[in-house]
Design a protein around this ligand. Structure first.
Ligand code: FES
Ligand code: FES
Length: 160
C-alpha cells in the first residue's frame, strides 16, 4: 500500500508523519497520535462521534483521508481545554448532565463550540438545529441543550 508524507498542525502543534494513502483522519488521530478523544461510532459519516475542526470547520474525520490534511490545521477535543482547565462548555456539560456514557460528547462539544463562536446567544431551537447531525443514545438531548445554553450565559458574563 502506498505511503505518503504528511505535515499537519494538530491542536496548535505542527508535526510530520508518513501515513498510508488510505488511512482516515480519525484513524491517524487515534492510532498514530494517540488522540483517542475523537471517537468512532458509525464510521460512515452518520453519527458525528468523530467530529473535529479542519481549518476551523467541523468535519467528520471518518470521511476524510489523513493525507488530505497536508498543510491544514486540525483541532480535536484534546485542544478544547486550556492549560489543563475545562472550558466553559466542558464545565457546563458536567454541571448539567450533558453526558452519560460520553461517547458522543467530544463531537457534541466541538459542534457546540463552533455554534457559540458564530452565534454567542443561540436560542434552544438554534442549538437543536446545530446538533441535528450529532447522535446521542443516552441523554435525550435536553441536558445537552441546557448545558450549551448555560455555557453561552457564562461566556457572556465572562465577556462583560
Ligand atoms: Fe464518523 Fe460516525 S464515526 S460520523
Ligand atoms: Fe452516551 Fe451521548 S452520552 S451517546
Amino acid at each position: 500500500m502506498r505511503n505518503v508524507p504528511l505535515t499537519v498542525t494538530v491542536n496548535g502543534r505542527t508535526l510530520t508523519a508518513t501515513v498510508s494513502a488510505r488511512m482516515t483522519l480519525v484513524d491517524f488521530l487515534r492510532d498514530t497520535l494517540d488522540l483517542t478523544g475523537t471517537h468512532i461510532g458509525c464510521g460512515h459519516g452518520v453519527c458525528g462521534a468523530c467530529t473535529v475542526r479542519f481549518d476551523g470547520v467541523p468535519v467528520r474525520a471518518c470521511l476524510i483521508l489523513a493525507a488530505s490534511a497536508e498543510g491544514r490545521t486540525v483541532d480535536t477535543i484534546e485542544g478544547l481545554s486550556q492549560a489543563g482547565h475545562l472550558s466553559d462548555l466542558q464545565a457546563a456539560f458536567m454541571a448539567h448532565g450533558g453526558l452519560q456514557c460520553g461517547y458522543c460528547t467530544p463531537g457534541m462539544l466541538l459542534m457546540a463550540h463552533d455554534l457559540l463562536a458564530d452565534n454567542p446567544h443561540p436560542s434552544r431551537e438554534e442549538i437543536r438545529q446545530a446538533l441535528a447531525g450529532q447522535i446521542c443514545r443516552c441523554t435525550g438531548y435536553g441536558p445537552i441543550v441546557d448545558a450549551i445554553e448555560a455555557a453561552a450565559n457564562a461566556m457572556a458574563k465572562g465577556a462583560s
